[in-house]
Design a protein around this ligand. Sequence first.
Ligand SMILES: Nc1nc2c(c(=O)[nH]1)N[C@H]1C(S)=C(S)[C@@H](COP(=O)(O)O)O[C@H]1N2
Ligand SMILES: [Mo]
Length: 312
Amino acid sequence: MIMAIFRGDLKYSDITAKADFLNRRQLIAGAAGVGIAGSLGGAATAKALKYKKTSYSVDVETTAKRDITSYNNYYEFGTRKDDPAKNAHRLTTDPWSVEIGGLVDKPGKYDLDDLLSGIALEERIYRFRCVEAWSMVVPWIGFSLSEIIAKAGAQSGAKYVAFETLSRPSEMPGIGSNPSFPWPYVEGLRMDEAMHPLTMIATGLYGESLPKQNGAPLRLVVPWKYGFKSIKSIVKITLTDKQPPTTWNKLAAREYGFYSNVNPEVDHPRWSQARERVIGGGVFGKRDTPMFNGYGDQVAGLYAGMDLRKNY
Ligand SMILES: Nc1nc2c(c(=O)[nH]1)N[C@H]1C(S)=C(S)[C@@H](COP(=O)(O)O)O[C@H]1N2
Ligand SMILES: [Mo]
């Protein structure tokens, strides 16, 4: 699999553009830094959001906005880490609608504004751990996925939730340049994972609407799972009684399972998952990866009695 090769092939130069970590903390502290970060994050279209803080946040320093918005995985815009920030400005995110269907009482194509109406936005500072063994800490703005599932009305037979990303080759150059990739990008969760309050839909970060390279206008965030579960630019949500296919599992089933919970004890077949490179953390910025990415107290119960080696 070509994509599987990209994943193992990380050079140090991919980690932080031009050794920015040396002065990043000064940069974000000063007004000049905000300007620089803003211009990289697509500030021209960013809207300030109204939100409350929540108790779900971890109390750790957040990764610089510059890193969060310039070191991305979003293959619809290319496979290099800097491709999404270069190319995603092409994406039309307004108007946007999400088709919600399957085992729901109120299926239909929901206009984004209708879908979000009445839902209060919260800031949640979450750890984010990519399967490639790097991590960030992101101040997302959003809400629990369960709130929109409640709007559509889950039926009792629903056991899984399937998600689909927009596939629009005219605005997503990575689709044309990777025709063998199984577009559209799809993901899935078990129903109890989807309903867990930590599982969120993000519509923003750092107090502003979501930059396009991070999955505007709405993306999933599941903080105890590897980053690829956090599917971007969602256009379809389907409740189903069968475990849905997921993109990375289709590409390399042995390497990427359906669950993909962060687990330092189960190595990727081609690299260890025991430690992680902290993006922006510099040469010494490595840390041990905690079980469930540090969210074990809240989520371990979802997997009680399951063999986490088999259900990787
Ligand atoms: N549609 C889509 N969603 C996606 C991806 C992608 O390529 N396409 N990449 C995933 C991976 S591997 C990661 S680590 C995260 C990266 O999110 P970020 O760029 O906001 O850090 O998005 C995930 N969601
Ligand atoms: Mo990832």
